[in-house]
Design a protein. Structure first.
Length: 354
């Protein structure tokens, strides 16, 4: 098989991780770029040696030379483009979240099932971190026993990117769907992906973009407008699973917190582990509690290495050398969880799944 010809749809900030990772894979040719901003598409095409650039994604999908696509667009277009790409005979890597609604997720799953032989991989990039994969090997071998509890927190004190991130119509939500999807999925993946039983969630919109704050910089989207914000500042939830396990999570774009922080932990009946901010495994031997630190290159999640692993895995799946560890079914389940938190908050009560 020759090089896999890839098209990247959406040339915004996250696309850089895709472009760089594809560039570093010897089995890939970056063939085309598409963006609503045609100048940006052209600039990225020139930078990465792509033969073609497009403003309309449908024109890119009509190009028979393209084998696979990365979808790096606004969340509200993920479903439409993913389905169109599958129907056009392309393999798909779609950035998280899979889409905006559970209904859209089912439509994407249907398209995957109808296009046999085509891969759709959801961009749960933290699954591909060295720290995650090492810990998962310990869990799979039974060293931590039954994982019955996990907790995840990703707090930004000041970090609402604004722009499309702060526009619920395009994003589907705020920190829950942008940051929470990463840490919730990370825990869920390490817990063995149990079925959800119930969710009790809360969302708060109290602080907005906090454009008045001075002397502290933060990432701003290209279309940042300080007076526009329709997403939550903070979300928290307790998620119960059918096997009796539970997960507690809180995430924020902005909060009166001392500093930014991330903490992800899983606990089993034989041992526990901290996966973020640094991997550490806690076990018990000879009536003594032992804290173990694996000797690996990255104890924390390395974004560049994580994306490289994700892209390399995707290309291996396209070549038929592997099966994706982030299939569409996982994207569907994650949308149920994310939407469930919002629904619980809106209704002011715990919601249950059949």
């Amino acid at each position: 098989m020759g090089k896999i010809k890839v098209g990247v749809i959406g040339a915004g900030s996250i696309s850089e991780m895709h472009f760089e990772s594809y560039k570093n894979n010897n089995g890939v040719e970056i063939y085309a770029v598409c963006d609503l901003n045609e100048q940006r598409a052209q600039e990225k095409a020139e930078k990465y040696g792509a033969k073609k650039h497009y403003k309309n994604y449908q024109e890119l999908l009509a190009d028979s030379e393209i084998d696979a696509v990365s979808i790096c667009t606004w969340n509200n277009s993920h479903a439409e483009i993913s389905i169109a790409a599958l129907n056009a005979g392309k393999h798909v890597l779609v950035e998280k979240p899979l889409c905006k609604t559970v209904e859209e997720a089912y439509e994407i799953e249907k398209a995957v099932n109808e296009n046999e032989g085509k891969i759709l991989q959801v961009g749960f990039v933290r699954r591909f971190g060295t720290n995650t994969q090492v810990l998962k090997s310990f869990i799979d071998s039974g060293d931590l026993g039954e994982i019955y509890y996990a907790k995840a927190s990703c707090i930004r004190a000041l970090g609402n990117p604004g722009g499309w991130f702060a526009d619920k119509e395009r994003s589907g939500g705020g920190p829950l769907i942008d940051l929470g999807v990463h840490v919730i999925d990370l825990c869920w993946y390490l817990m063995g992906k149990p079925k959800v039983k119930s969710i009790s969630g809360n969302t708060y919109n109290k602080l907005g973009n906090r454009a008045n704050v001075e002397n502290k910089s933060f990432y701003k989207a290209a279309d940042y407008e300080p007076d526009k914000n329709t997403v939550e500042d903070l979300a928290n939830a307790i998620i119960r699973f059918e096997n009796g396990a539970s997960l507690m999570v809180d995430v924020s774009f902005t909060l009166h917190a001392k500093e930014e922080s991330i903490a992800v932990n899983v606990f089993g009946d034989k041992g526990g582990a901290e996966i973020e901010p640094q991997l550490q495994i806690v076990t018990e031997k000879n009536n003594t509690i032992i804290n173990s630190t694996p000797q690996i290159d990255s104890l924390s999640f390395d974004f560049h290495k994580g994306f490289q692993n994700e892209i390399d895995h995707f290309i291996s799946c396209v070549k038929g050398e592997a099966e994706t560890i982030s299939p569409v079914q996982d994207g569907v389940e994650m949308m149920k969880i994310l939407v469930g938190v919002y629904e619980s908050s809106q209704k002011g009560k715990e919601i249950y799944f059949e």
